[in-house]
Write a new protein. Structure first.
Length: 263
């Protein structure tokens, strides 16, 4: 497996520093949070995109994905969501990133209506994603936190360029253990986000292995299934400014994940 971290853990850090931090501690890749408050997002111009590609390549670090904020099951017309999806896929393609993350975000709508909208919107973007060599991944999050929830959307789409991002925290805290999640998501799985927190009720971020999230069980299930993709540490410093800085945890965090893998 390859190991990455999300820039959610290093909010606002200039991209050259992100790349150097990853390289210094042996991380294979970085997931870029694509929000307007970050250095790189769908509104960034061609020069900024090309510069990011050069800098990461120079450090030997892969841009794993673009973590977008499109809510594909959200209420309202399709066109604004289409525009968001189009922009995210084109950003990922320009960066050479294989993945785009999107959220469900159904809110209080009836589930059937929200899931039909999500499937329709993801099916719309799938041909563009295929043309540009990108996979759009629906994260197990908010209104659809478990594998069984995500599969209700992904099954009707039925396109290889639309898949799932397994956020281990959300499946686990909603009562779905890794041994149940993986078989359901396996046909769709793009990559896996891991994190550690105090408990299912207290989401204060902790160093990997120091909290309650069953990271080791997750990795064991992936290994047993022969899966050889990416693990990405999403340390939620952005939402918890009081948490220790990621820079001091980057080395031990990578060592912890590497220690779960065969040598």
């Amino acid at each position: 497996m390859k190991l990455a971290f999300s820039t959610l853990g290093v909010p606002g850090l200039p991209l050259p520093d992100v790349s150097r931090l990853a390289a210094a501690h042996g991380w294979d890749g970085v997931e870029l949070r694509a929000h307007p408050e970050e250095p790189l997002h769908p509104g960034s111009g061609p020069a900024e995109r090309a510069d990011a590609v050069r800098r990461f390549a120079a450090d030997g670090v892969r841009i794993l994905g673009v973590a977008g904020y499109a809510r594909v099951a959200g209420p309202g017309p399709d066109e604004p969501v289409f525009d968001e999806l189009d922009a995210l896929v084109r950003l990922a393609a320009d960066l050479g990133a294989p993945f785009v993350r999107v959220f469900p975000g159904a809110g209080e709508q009836p589930a059937e209506e929200a899931e039909a909208a999500a499937a329709r919107r993801l099916a719309w973007v799938a041909p563009l994603a295929a043309d540009l060599g990108v996979r759009v991944l629906l994260e197990t999050h908010d209104s659809h936190p478990r594998a069984q929830d995500a599969v209700r959307v992904l099954g009707p789409v039925g396109h290889r360029n639309v898949g799932a991002l397994w956020d281990l925290l959300h499946t686990w805290r909603n009562g779905e253990p890794p041994a149940v999640t993986l078989p359901a998501l396996a046909p769709h799985l793009g990559y896996v986000q891991v994190k550690d927190v105090v408990s299912a009720e207290d989401l204060t971020p902790l160093p990997l292995g120091a909290g309650a999230v069953p990271i080791a069980a997750c990795v064991a299930e992936l290994l047993a299934a022969g899966w050889d993709g990416w693990l990405c540490w999403e340390y939620e410093k952005r939402w918890h400014p009081e948490a220790p800085d990621f820079a001091g945890l980057a080395g031990p965090g990578r060592e912890y994940l590497a220690g779960l893998l065969p040598r």
